[in-house]
Design a binder for this molecule. Structure first.
Ligand code: HEM
Length: 142
């Protein structure tokens, strides 16, 4: 008999293999919805006002760039590379002032967006854990 905790561990490990994460996210459509929701929260949550102000007024380009990036990052088609070229996340954010408050606001928008998606609960946890890393690496001040 496998305990719940063990089952969760097995499921979580599998998300790192091949395109398992991309599929768990609902493929391109799922990621597009996630990113639309992410920017909706960035646009409306008071906690995100500071990072919203770093972005352009029109969030369509940001939505496409983030969707494209996450597609490849989660093992699906490498859309960002195809459309925009190579990207290194911390370098792409070097010109921005990102401290813990900005990092946490970004992750909060993602948490809210993910909670609106019809995806597996253990995938939500996995994705938030995975996203913490690039968010933390993008931080360039306290
Ligand atoms: C830590 C908090 C973060 C903040 C405050 C932030 C903010 C921003 C801003 C303001 C831009 C637009 C830059 C510009 O137009 O000059 C941007 C671009 C982008 N961000 Fe973030 N970001 C954060 C974390 C992340 C993370 C964790 C990822 C990926 C998992 C990510 C992926 C991207 C991508 C793909 C772009 C487009 C870059 C480009 O094509 O030039 N960001 N970010």
């Amino acid at each position: 008999m496998v305990s719940n905790a063990e089952q969760k561990q097995v499921a979580t490990a599998a998300y790192g293999e091949g395109d398992a994460s991309y599929r768990a996210a609902g493929g391109y459509e799922g990621l597009r919805q996630l990113c639309e929701r992410f920017y909706f929260y960035m646009d409306t949550l008071p906690e995100a006002a500071g990072i919203r102000a770093m972005h352009k007024a029109d969030l369509e380009d940001s939505t496409d760039r983030l969707t494209s990036f996450l597609s490849g990052w989660l093992g699906g088609p490498r859309l960002y590379r195809e459309k925009y070229g190579q990207i290194i996340i911390p370098q792409a954010h070097r010109h921005l002032e990102i401290g813990t408050a900005e990092r946490d606001a970004w992750l909060l928008c993602m948490r809210r967006a993910l909670d609106d998606q019809p995806v597996a609960e253990d995938f939500k946890e996995y994705l938030m854990q995975q996203l913490y890393r690039p968010a933390e690496f993008s931080r360039n001040r306290d």
